[in-house]
Design a protein around this ligand. Structure first.
Ligand code: CU
Length: 120
């Protein structure tokens, strides 16, 4: 019984401090899992316009997802997501083209945390 009470308390605690940390995946969003040091998937295709990413940090350190265009201009980026948290990242309007997404935490992109986003 004691362990059940502890488990319930932990669930209550998680629910209480939810914020961006305990959201479920929105319908129509693209799920991307962030770990050290990669994005899964590392290639994404989506139609132009509004794109919603559901970012899951399954790693052990903080990560984010930043989008840059082929001229290396930063288009948009998520918040920094703590280990174990999720974040719904909405890009309101993105034109057709080929983009790179990457984590801008020091050294992460160089270690492989990047991918290709194709907007058609
Ligand atoms: Cu990272």
């Amino acid at each position: 019984m004691k362990s059940l009470a502890a488990a319930l308390a932990a669930v209550a605690l998680l629910a209480a401090c939810g914020g961006g940390g305990s959201s479920s995946q929105p319908a129509g969003s693209i799920k991307v899992t962030l770990t050290e040091f990669k994005f899964d998937p590392s290639t994404i295709t989506a139609p132009s316009g509004k794109v919603v990413f559901y970012l899951v940090n399954a790693g052990t350190t903080s990560h984010d997802l930043i989008i840059r265009d082929s001229s290396n201009n930063r288009i948009d980026g998520s918040e920094l997501i703590s280990a174990g948290d999720t974040f719904v990242f909405t890009v309101n309007s993105i034109p057709a083209g080929t983009y790179t997404y990457f984590c801008d935490q020091t050294g992460h992109e160089a270690q492989g945390m990047k991918g290709t986003l194709t907007i058609s």
